[in-house]
Ligand binder design. Sequence first.
Ligand SMILES: O=C(O)CCC(=O)C(=O)O
Length: 274
Amino acid sequence: MDIAEDLSDEDFTSNPFHSFLYTNLPPNSSMSLSDEDIWYCKQNGYYRIPATLPNALVERLNQVTDHHIQTMREPILWEKTKARTPADIRRLSKILARDPVYMEAATQPLILDALESLLGPNIELLTNKHNHLMVRPPGSAAVPWHTGEEIYDPVLFTALIYLEESTIENGCIRIVPGSHQRPFRGAKRYPGEFRAQALYHRALPLPMPRGGILLFDDRLYHGSDANRTDHSRRSMTLAYRAHDAHDVFKDDPEKILVRGERIYTGHPHSLAEK
Ligand SMILES: O=C(O)CCC(=O)C(=O)O
């Protein structure tokens, strides 16, 4: 894939940090992680793909999203406001069933290449986990500190795909590096004043460019601050997991195989099965 070809100045904002991080890729760059990247991700629990989605795809995603917001297409999670207008939409749920463009984004090779380095060659996209689009309208309240999966659960990676730039001012995600490796469970959610929680002081804000993709281990503590700007901050949230070698239920309709195959590598019960 020629990623450099897909990049144009329009893909980036005026933010020099983003331009520095997401440009200057050699042509035909592979999005596979280096050994150092894999080590970094295992230690810290997150990885920012150093490229953005093609601008044309991000535009189509935004057009479809505009339509679903304007027509208030359910299922929707609302901000804690009394009104029910497009400006009160916090989250569009079940995006994979809404329009094929969301699946097109979810299966982009640059995302699956990176995930393959982390999850192995057989990858499933879950429809019963995440599968939503955070709209984060102006004034949108903070997303409280939380962890997705329990600490003992098998590895599941969350992907945030940004349809709009995410900044400190509009409430970018904050993650607690390494918290996926904690030896204790901790609460699943820490509601209350976002900045008053201990996790706020341990966290790292991760601003992202439009079209950017953040992957993180779902056991990581994360949250995001209120949107203090007059513009929305849209991002898709998706869940991927490795097709488990010991998962014998091959045809679960909630799991969509997006790369590789459904293989069974468990222990055979008779010599004939060997
Ligand atoms: O990006 C955010 O505001 C929070 C994302 C998140 O935790 C989610 O989508 O479940």
